[in-house]
Design a protein around this ligand. Structure first.
Ligand code: LLP
Length: 422
């Protein structure tokens, strides 16, 4: 089964997303091209919502996974909130119609200007990660004549058992306030004039494929909730962050419904069933809803390696270069050629510029390949290295294929630069 099914399927040799022929979309809009299925995104969100139904809850899409306006708009219309990490993301989500009262603001280094903008917008909560941030936020809020709603991001010191670069809940990570210091930090927060304590949060990592680390983190968090409330500081919500993994190859992460059911059962078992639950999923809402289409420019067989050079690069999809991530690559149209083993690489001048290694593919120059499960941390991590303009994006909505981001032009890339005088 293809990762991304049932929205991604092969029909008479042709790869289709939400019923649209991907080869035809590549010819129509050009490559490299991101294509997303709106139905797939909405189905992923609905799975969380169904599991949370009947409970006070807020699903906050972690927009760093894919912050294109039409993606944000899709989730805003579905009633979701958002997890943001910068003033830039705040501006983006407001431009897409996001409801500010459903925004949580995460991140270890918020600037005073970002704090002011978020207060002005009226976000639901600041997820605070240090004592310095508590004091600074209180000052900024007091100066603005407001009280900032805060949750403390606690580092529960649990191992999410994922890639070290995307594991965030261990002691050695830069994130969160240490578990042992949290009660003290809450006392400080409760004493500062510009703050209003509303909750507690954690985020233990990304691409997590097991339920246990979440339950371990939840237990650690609930221990703290009890300790903090014993100090007469009320905590309204518990935010368990994001991190649920998706299938790139043969991973079998739990469904959102299984994960949520296990969390709710643990909350009930410990007598916290009435609390508002917040979740911040990113990848699991958009990852399998998107593909990156790329054309084969050159086939370069060699003694040691066969290289399949495509027009997408690490600039379009950073995950393989950065995390050695394995992403499935499928030809959009299966012909009757024999398969050879190829390293699928981009045109960027770096040996690290690869998309897939040692892949058995039946390809010819001019063919279009699809990199699967590319809806999360693809476009949002794209860069302009080698003065490469970023890809275009298309959103499939029913029968329609909407261009939601025009291909960047090279002149835009240096539009704001200046030559020296003389
Ligand atoms: N909440 C917080 C505070 C986060 O830092 C993150 C992701 C999320 C939620 C959403 O996590 P998700 O549900 O997407 O796993 N670029 C990497 C992933 C970095 C994740 C950073 N934080 C990748 O491509 O694998």
């Amino acid at each position: 089964m293809l990762p991304g099914a049932p929205f991604l399927e092969r029909s008479e040799g042709r790869l289709c997303l939400q019923g649209h022929d991907l080869d035809a979309l590549a010819r129509r809009f050009g490559t490299p091209l991101y294509v997303y299925s709106r139905a797939s995104m909405l189905a992923a969100a609905a799975a969380y919502e169904r599991a949370l139904a009947g409970r006070p809850h807020l699903l906050c899409y972690a927009m760093k996974a894919n912050s294109s306006l039409a993606v944000l708009q899709t989730f805003a219309h579905a009633g979701l909130g958002f997890d943001i990490v910068s003033g830039g993301e705040l501006a983006r989500v407001l431009a897409a119609g996001g409801d500010p009262s459903k925004i949580v603001f995460s991140g270890v280094g918020k600037t005073p200007a970002e704090m002011r903008a978020a207060l002005e917008a009226g976000v639901k909560c600041f997820n605070v990660e240090s004592l310095t941030e508590l004091r600074r936020l209180s000052e900024v809020a007091t100066a603005a004549g407001r009280r900032a709603p805060v949750s403390l991001r606690v580092n529960p010191d649990v191992d999410a058992r994922t890639h070290p670069y995307i594991s965030t809940g261990l002691k050695g990570n830069k994130f969160g306030i240490a578990h042992e210091e949290a009660v003290q930090a809450y006392r400080l927060a409760a004493s500062l004039p510009g703050l209003h304590v509303t909750g507690i949060d954690c985020h233990i990592g990304s691409q997590i494929t097991r339920i246990e680390p979440y339950l371990d983190a939840l237990d650690r968090l609930l221990d703290l909730v009890e300790a903090v409330e014993a100090q007469d500081i009320a905590l309204h919500h518990v935010d368990l962050g994001g991190g649920l993994g998706i299938t790139y190859t043969d991973e079998q992460p739990p469904d959102a419904s299984e994960l949520v059911a296990a969390m709710l059962a643990r909350l009930d078992a410990r007598g916290h069933g009435q609390r508002e639950v917040l979740l911040e999923p990113g990848r699991s809402l958009v990852g399998n809803a998107g593909v990156l289409l790329t054309e084969v420019l050159v086939l370069k067989p060699g003694d040691a390696k066969n290289f399949c050079i495509v027009d997408a690069a690490m600039t379009d999809l950073m995950r393989p270069a950065m995390y050695e991530a394995w992403m499935a690559i499928e030809p959009c149209h299966v012909g009757d050629r024999p398969a050879l083993t190829w390293d699928v690489v981009g045109p960027v001048c770096e040996s690290g510029d690869w998309i897939g290694r040692d892949r058995a593919l039946a390809v010819a120059e001019g063919d279009v390949l699809a990199v699967l499960s590319a809806g999360a941390y693809g476009m949002s991590m794209a860069s302009n290295y080698n003065t490469r303009a970023r890809a275009a994006e298309v959103m499939l909505d029913g029968e329609q294929a909407h261009l939601i981001r025009a291909r960047e032009t090279v002149s835009e890339l240096f539009r704001d630069e200046r030559l020296l005088p003389g």
